[in-house]
Design a protein around this ligand. Structure first.
Ligand SMILES: NC(=O)c1ccc[n+]([C@@H]2O[C@H](COP(=O)([O-])OP(=O)(O)OC[C@H]3O[C@@H](n4cnc5c(N)ncnc54)[C@H](O)[C@@H]3O)[C@@H](O)[C@H]2O)c1
Length: 311
């Protein structure tokens, strides 16, 4: 199996929103040559320039650096391109469809090196199932990047039921070398680590609205102005130690029986779906959104993340 130092040629399979941003991220290691493969022609440079515009405008990425990094990204629509056969590690970011992903990896395995590493960026699908039809399942892990992929530091690295010792660790070294914060998920469970945590919070947030305890804006205000504000500095389990195990136990003993524990999506979500309230897509979800507000929300999020990460 290749060591971290021997990995130089990275393949990104699927050049959509995530694939383009991951390609850019991988060029942060000056030793990496990146190939992007997609079924359809796509302007990878234009996509990367669009998503990194605020970084360049703010001077966090210099134009010369961007040009140099883009020069190490090569795009192909040809599955039989030698750059695919020669890649040391592939990160797959094609459509979120089990059949498409399994078929894509079968084609990749037939063409790629004997010692190549296989990674899938699936948000929710089991990497064990995605890799189930491969011959060399031992070199397969999940690498779950978060959107926007060029900014959010976390990448969850998920071991499958067949990942060999050392594979996840080598992939984590690769991700660290491009400035990401890889976290090891030792078991292939739905939601991995961070989405389980995130959706435990969303379930309760939606339940509070559903039961008329507070409206959506109040819930979001409460989150942003309390624990949401301190989370980047003091996270859940650090906070438990800070307040003390006894207090955590006492609070859980009192409050857990009253917290939402449904194993089904909220009826409120179903009602919103039936009413066509699809969020940004339809201009209404928990809130009403104009196109200007949607654009501002996206730009403000990027600006906030850049401030948190670069200043
Ligand atoms: N969008 C997000 O917020 C997000 C976050 C984390 C993970 N992901 C995951 O990343 C993956 C890609 O998501 P996205 O948002 O970039 O989707 P996307 O639709 O923007 O891009 C998918 C790309 O894959 C290409 N493609 C489809 N089938 C292919 C094939 N057989 N071979 C090669 N290319 C193929 C498409 O042409 C398209 O360019 C999905 O598995 C998704 O779950 C998405």
């Amino acid at each position: 199996m290749k060591s971290f130092e021997e990995i130089k040629k990275i393949l990104i399979c699927g050049g959509g929103l995530m694939g383009k941003n991951i390609a850019f991220v991988m060029t942060a290691n000056p030793n990496y040559q990146v190939t992007v493969y997609d079924l359809y022609p796509t302007d990878v440079e234009a996509g990367i320039r669009k998503s990194t515009a605020q970084l360049v405008e703010g001077g966090y990425v210099k134009e010369e650096e961007l040009v140099e990094r883009l020069s190490r990204i090569y795009f192909t629509t040809n599955m039989d391109d030698p750059a695919i056969a020669d890649a040391d590690l592939v990160i797959e970011a094609v459509f979120e469809d089990m059949g498409v992903k399994q078929e894509t990896f079968a084609k990749l395995e037939a063409r790629m090196r004997e010692d190549a590493y296989f990674c899938t960026n699936s948000s929710v699908m089991s990497p064990s199932e995605i890799s189930s039809k491969l011959t060399h399942r031992e070199r397969f892990v999940g690498t779950h990047f978060w959107n926007p992929g060029h900014l959010i530091p976390l990448v969850e690295v998920i071991k499958t039921d067949a990942t060999a010792d050392g594979v996840a660790e080598t992939v984590m070294e690769v991700l660290s070398s491009v400035g990401k914060k890889p976290c090891l998920c030792k078991k292939d469970v739905p939601g991995f680590i961070a989405n389980r945590l995130q959706h435990a919070l969303w379930r309760e947030a939606i339940s509070i609205v559903e039961h008329g305890i507070a409206d959506a804006a109040t819930v979001d205000t409460a989150i942003k102005n309390s624990f949401g504000l301190r989370l980047p500095q003091l996270s859940a389990l650090e906070n438990s130690d800070l307040v003390g195990t006894q207090l955590t136990w006492n609070i859980h003993n009192y409050v857990l029986p009253h917290i939402e524990d449904s194993h089904e999506p909220s009826p409120l979500l179903k009602k919103m779906l039936d009413e066509g309230k699809m969020g940004f897509k339809s201009g209404e979800g928990f809130y009403k959104w104009t196109q200007e507000e949607i654009d501002k929300c996206n730009a403000d999020l990027n600006a906030y993340l850049i401030k948190m990460l670069y200043q």
